[in-house]
Ligand binder design. Structure first.
Ligand code: ATP
Ligand code: MG
Length: 394
C-alpha cells in the first residue's frame, strides 16, 4: 500500500502571487486536517505539486477521508515515489505496482507519461510504448485501450518518479484562509452549520456567534452548538465561538414589544451584536443560514427588516435552497445527526404563534423605540460578558 499522496488542486485563476498564497494555505489546512489522526506526515510543496508522505504506518482510508474535508483539493492520488534508476528498474517497479494494486485482473489500460524533467533520456511517447509492452508481457490478460481504459497508469518523471493510477475526488473550493474572514451566526439548527460550510468552501475563515438564553435554554443546547462547530471546524479550521447570554435582551423585548414582532426584533439585535464582534475581530461580513420563505422571519420583507440594521454585508449561501437540499448537504458533511437533537433554541421559546410575515420597517422601528431606556446597556453587557470558546476539529 502506498503511504504517499499526490494532491491535485484547481489551478484556474491562481497565477502569480496568488498561487503562492493558495498553496501555502492549502498546506496549512492539510496539516490541520491530518493532526487528529496522529502519526507524522510530511507535507511538501514542489514544482506546482503538493505531496503528503506518512512517515510511519497509516490507514489510507482515514487519510483520504480527512483530505476530503480540505477545500482546494480537487483530487487525491495515492502515489508510489521511486528514485530514477533507469528504465529497466522503472519497468520492474511498474509491474510490481500493478501486481500489488490490481493482481492479474483482465483490465484494459493506458500508460500516460509526463516528463517534468526534460533531461530524461526517453521521450514520453517512447516510455508509454515501452512500458505498455512490458505490462502486456507480464499480464497476458490485460489489453491496451487508449480511449476508455479501465486503468489509466500515470508516470510522472520529476526529480523522483511518480507512479499512480487512482484519483479520488476532493471537495473542490478554495483553501480556507485565502479569502478573508466572516462571522457566522450559528444556532443549533440544520441550516447555519451548512451555511458556514458553504462560505468556508470559498476560502473564507469562519468565526461564530451563538445566542443562548439560560435558564430557558440548557447547557446541552449550548454543547450541541459547540459539537456542530467541531464538525464545521473539520472543514473550516479552528473556530472562535462567542457564546452570548441573550436572556435579558429577549425578556426585555418580550415585555415591551408586540409579540408578533418578537422574532424580527430579536434577529435585529442578534445582527447588531454579531456585527460588533465582527468589527472587533476583523470579519468582513455576517453569515446566516436563512433561505427565502422558509419561515416567517425569512420572507423578503423580514430579511429586508433584518438587513436594515446591518452595515456589514450579510451572506446567506442557502438563500435559494429548499429544506431538502440543505438536509442533503448536512448529511453529507456530517452535521445532520447533531442538528436534529431536540434541544430548545432561544428563538423557539419566545416565538409568537402568528409572527408577522410582512413587517413594516416603520412599525418595527417604532417598537424598538420602546426599548430605548435599557437596551444599549443590555447590549453592552451581553457583549462584555460573552464567553469565547475555541473549537477545534476532532
Ligand atoms: P437554523 O437551522 O440554522 O437554526 P432556522 O431555519 O431554524 O435556521 P431561524 O431560527 O429563523 O432559522 O434562524 C435563521 C438564522 O439566524 C440561522 O440560520 C442562524 O444563522 C441565525 N440564528 C438563529 N438563532 C440563532 C442563535 N440562537 N444563535 C446564533 N444564530 C442564530
Ligand atoms: Mg434556528
Amino acid at each position: 500500500m502506498s503511504n504517499a499522496f499526490l494532491i491535485k488542486y484547481g489551478e484556474i485563476g491562481i497565477k502569480g502571487k496568488n498561487r503562492h498564497l493558495f498553496e501555502d494555505a492549502l498546506v496549512h489546512q492539510i496539516k490541520y486536517a491530518l493532526k487528529p489522526i496522529g502519526g507524522a506526515f510530511q507535507v511538501t510543496k514542489e514544482q506546482g505539486r503538493i505531496y503528503i508522505e506518512a512517515l510511519g504506518e497509516c490507514d489510507q482510508e482515514e487519510v483520504v477521508g480527512r483530505l476530503q474535508c480540505v477545500f482546494g483539493i480537487v483530487g487525491i492520488c495515492p502515489v508510489e515515489i521511486r528514485e530514477d534508476q533507469g528504465f529497466e528498474k522503472l519497468a520492474q517497479d511498474v509491474i510490481a505496482y500493478l501486481q500489488e494494486n490490481y493482481g492479474s485482473k483482465a483490465l484494459t489500460f493506458k500508460v500516460h507519461t509526463r516528463r517534468a524533467r526534460k533531461n530524461y533520456p526517453m521521450p514520453s511517447m517512447e516510455v508509454n510504448a515501452a512500458l505498455g509492452e512490458r505490462i502486456l508481457e507480464a499480464f497476458p490478460d490485460m489489453k491496451v485501450d487508449v480511449h476508455h481504459p479501465d486503468l489509466m497508469l500515470h508516470i510522472e518523471i520529476r526529480k523522483m518518479i511518480n507512479i499512480y493510477s487512482q484519483t479520488i475526488p476532493g471537495p473542490g473550493g478554495m483553501p480556507v484562509g485565502t479569502n478573508g474572514k466572516g462571522m457566522l451566526l450559528l444556532s443549533g439548527g440544520i441550516d447555519s452549520p451548512v451555511a458556514g460550510y458553504m462560505i468556508a468552501k470559498r476560502g473564507v475563515k469562519i468565526d461564530a456567534v451563538y445566542f443562548h438564553a439560560p435558564p430557558y435554554t440548557s447547557e446541552r443546547a449550548k454543547q450541541k452548538v459547540i459539537d456542530l462547530a467541531k464538525v464545521v471546524a473539520k472543514y473550516a479550521g479552528p473556530i472562535y465561538l462567542k457564546v452570548v447570554d441573550f436572556t435579558a435582551i429577549q425578556m426585555y423585548i418580550y415585555e415591551k414589544c408586540p409579540h408578533d414582532e418578537l422574532t424580527i426584533i430579536m434577529r435585529r439585535y442578534m445582527m447588531r451584536i454579531a456585527e460588533r464582534f465582527a468589527e472587533e475581530t476583523g470579519s468582513l461580513g455576517l453569515i446566516t443560514g436563512e433561505s427565502i420563505g422558509q419561515v416567517a422571519s425569512q420572507t423578503m420583507h423580514s430579511l429586508a427588516a433584518t438587513d436594515e440594521v446591518c452595515r456589514f454585508p450579510v451572506y446567506r449561501p442557502l438563500i435559494g435552497f429548499d429544506k431538502i437540499e440543505i438536509i442533503n448537504i448536512s448529511e453529507k458533511i456530517g452535521t445532520y445527526e447533531t442538528s436534529i437533537l431536540p434541544y430548545e433554541d432561544c428563538c423557539t421559546i419566545f416565538v409568537a404563534k402568528h409572527p408577522v410575515t410582512k413587517p413594516g420597517l416603520k412599525a418595527i422601528r417604532r417598537s424598538e423605540q420602546k426599548l430605548q431606556e435599557q437596551i444599549d446597556g443590555m447590549v453592552k453587557a451581553a457583549i462584555e460578558t460573552a464567553e469565547t470558546v475555541v473549537v477545534e476539529a476532532e
